[in-house]
Write a protein that binds this ligand. Structure first.
Ligand code: RP5
Length: 164
């Protein structure tokens, strides 16, 4: 199975990204985590992106806060799908990172998820891999069915309690 690369702009982003790891673990999707900053270690970030396809990665999550140019910088050096994860790391509560990540000019796409949307970043990468992995696609369908059942169960409990 292809791996997911999870690139963080800083170690300080870790707490906001950890749910991506548990989500990928739950699906049995392999991943690697690296800290490569677009502005502090631009050479390492570019080298990772340039070599990622040959190293067996199928999609990349790029998580960064503030003036978050990491996802765009990674996407510039690979044609692998890049999912931008804007991190709330500033007095602007992540709006800065959201706009920096989502507003890519035409030509270099970044699929941006919600501020601190680590779970969806992981799920989207898993869905990308699942296009050519039927077993993983089935796991994703099962996960959604469980989520549906959880909501229906909560609904039954609320209805029983309040609808006299
Ligand atoms: C961004 O700046 C990082 O992704 C992080 O969200 C933010 C702050 O980084 P530190 O100063 O905590 O390393 O590059």
């Amino acid at each position: 199975m292809k791996k997911i690369g999870v690139i963080l702009g800083s170690a300080s982003d870790l707490p906001k990204v950890e749910k991506a790891f548990s989500t990928l673990d739950g699906l049995g999707v392999p991943y690697e985590v690296h800290i490569y900053s677009a502005h502090r270690t631009p050479v390492e970030a570019k080298t990772f992106a340039e070599t990622a396809a040959d190293k067996g990665f199928g999609a990349i999550i790029a998580a960064a806060g503030k003036a978050a140019h990491l996802a765009g910088a990674i996407a510039a050096s690979t044609v692998l799908p890049v999912v931008g994860l804007p991190v709330s790391a500033s007095t602007l509560d992540g709006i800065d990172a959201l706009l920096s990540t989502v507003q890519m000019p035409a030509g270099i796409p970044v699929a941006t998820v919600a501020i601190d949307g680590a779970v969806n970043a992981a799920l989207l990468c898993a869905q990308i891999i699942a296009v050519s992995d039927a077993e993983l696609a089935e796991k994703l369908r099962k996960m959604r069915a469980e989520a549906t059942e959880n909501v229906l169960k909560a609904n039954r409990e609320v209805e029983a309690k309040y609808n006299k």
